[in-house]
Design a protein around this ligand. Structure first.
Ligand code: V47
Ligand code: SF4
Length: 392
């Protein structure tokens, strides 16, 4: 792959366009690029140019390490009061008989299935069900903690929380504190989509807006929690909407430092109200990852979520700035398979994930949610892993 070996200094110095060359020089000098410069990378930067720079930035930040974690997902319900046009997953409350709703006991049974297994995180995200309120989720979290105190609980998008807090008539700060006191430790990055109202009003008109989303993450950061941020790309948005989105996140990160990871999510078009919108090409995908790495200079990590991209393309992103491949998810994750992703039954064992990373000469490092190293697999023989049931 050309970006792995390409020297960004050679590519930058050979660039004829003086504006692009100056951007390349700034990045190589460790300087932040502006919104206009980010836009110019989307409009005029070639894939080799942005790719070589992003790969270099990744190498500076993380050396050869590629992270993953061992987690499992709980999706409490796919019943949702909202009607995002890109969503293939949810069922409106009026059609709740077509969806699922798990009780606390059923969710605890999922947790118990992992007893004795070396998972470090449970990721809890679902639709916005009017009857699953703050009290319900505080109880769920307390019970999970009681059962397995070592499991890190990462849960609830800002969309779910905004609804829960408003229903409970609490401020964002009060609501976040209740969940944190119950044992919620961090938050995933979903629900961000595209912040700019021109696009947001067309794709997810009725859920929390940009300021509401950012405010919930700010409140979590102020309590010492870490969170992630996503961007749903490759649909109606233009390049400048992507920059606007990343700029708002970069500014909040300057203020709080509470974000761990930026996760671009590729729009998939199966069985939703935006099925007429074509999906982005792999070239566009790789360019987006690379520019995200260059623009989000204060985000430590850039993650490719393999169940949505497919494992081969996720592997490719490792040459375009990505240093994290999420985790060993099992097939309880439905949000992407229902939207037409390559991975219809997303499940990858530790041995398979390690092999995927080693194949591109990176060092597989198992992490916990907060990026503490659990185990480095660099010197572990693949055949040995494949034979050990704990990694399969
Ligand atoms: O907000 C919904 C996206 C998100 C589609 O923080 C779609 O570690 C593509 O945020 N095509 C939820 N994307 C999932 C999410 C997430 C996933 C993995 C890890 C983390 C993390 C967060 O899924 C939604 C929305 O942006 N989504 N439908 C679709 N058709
Ligand atoms: Fe509901 Fe989330 Fe689907 Fe939107 S994306 S309809 S908030 S489940």
């Amino acid at each position: 792959m050309f970006t792995v070996s390409a020297d960004p200094k050679t590519i930058v110095s050979a660039t004829a366009d003086p504006y692009l060359k100056n951007i390349g020089d700034k990045i190589l000098a460790g300087e932040r690029i502006t919104a206009d410069e980010g836009l110019a990378l989307f409009e005029n930067g070639s894939l080799p140019f942005v790719g070589a720079l992003a790969n270099w930035v990744r190498q500076q930040k993380h050396g050869n390490k590629t992270y993953f974690n061992r987690n499992f997902h709980i999706e409490p319900t796919n019943v949702c009061v909202f009607s995002c046009k890109f969503c293939s997953y949810s069922r409106l409350y009026a059609h709740r008989d077509e969806g699922w709703e798990l009780s606390i006991a059923q969710m605890l049974d999922i947790v118990k299935k992992y007893d004795g297994k070396p998972v470090t995180e449970v990721h809890i995200v679902g639709g916005v069900h009017p009857k699953m309120n703050l009290e319900f989720f505080c109880e769920l979290i307390r019970k999970i903690r009681e059962h397995r105190p070592d499991l890190h609980i990462k849960g609830f998008t800002a969309v779910e929380l905004d609804y829960m807090f408003r229903k409970a008539k609490l401020t964002v700060e009060q609501g976040m504190k209740q969940l944190h006191d119950a044992g919620l430790q961090s938050m995933p990055g979903g629900g961000a989509e595209i912040f700019h109202p021109d696009i947001r009003s067309q794709i997810c008109d009725d859920k929390v807006d940009a300021d509401g989303w950012l405010n919930i993450h700010r409140a979590a950061h102020n309590l010492g929690m870490h969170t992630n941020a996503t961007m749903l790309y490759g649909h109606l948005e233009q390049y400048w909407h992507r920059i606007d989105h990343m700029e708002r996140l970069r500014q909040l990160q300057d203020e709080t430092g509470g974000f761990n990871t930026f996760i671009p999510l590729k729009f998939r078009n199966k069985d939703n109200e935006m099925s007429h919108v074509a999906e982005s090409s792999v070239i566009e995908d790789m360019k987006l990852y690379a520019i995200a790495r260059l623009y989000m200079d204060n985000f430590p990590h850039l993650k490719a979520y393999w169940p949505m991209l497919g494992r081969k393309n996720a592997q490719l992103t490792l040459s375009f700035g990505v240093n994290d491949l999420d985790g060993t998810i099992d097939d309880t994750t439905k949000i992407y398979s229902m939207a037409g992703s390559e991975e219809q039954t997303p499940s990858l064992s530790t041995a398979q994930l390690v092999a995927l990373i080693k194949q591109v000469k990176r060092e597989p490092v198992e992490r916990d949610t907060l990026y503490n190293v659990v185990k480095n697999y660099a010197d572990i023989d693949l055949a040995e892993l494949e034979q050990n049931p704990i990694y399969n």
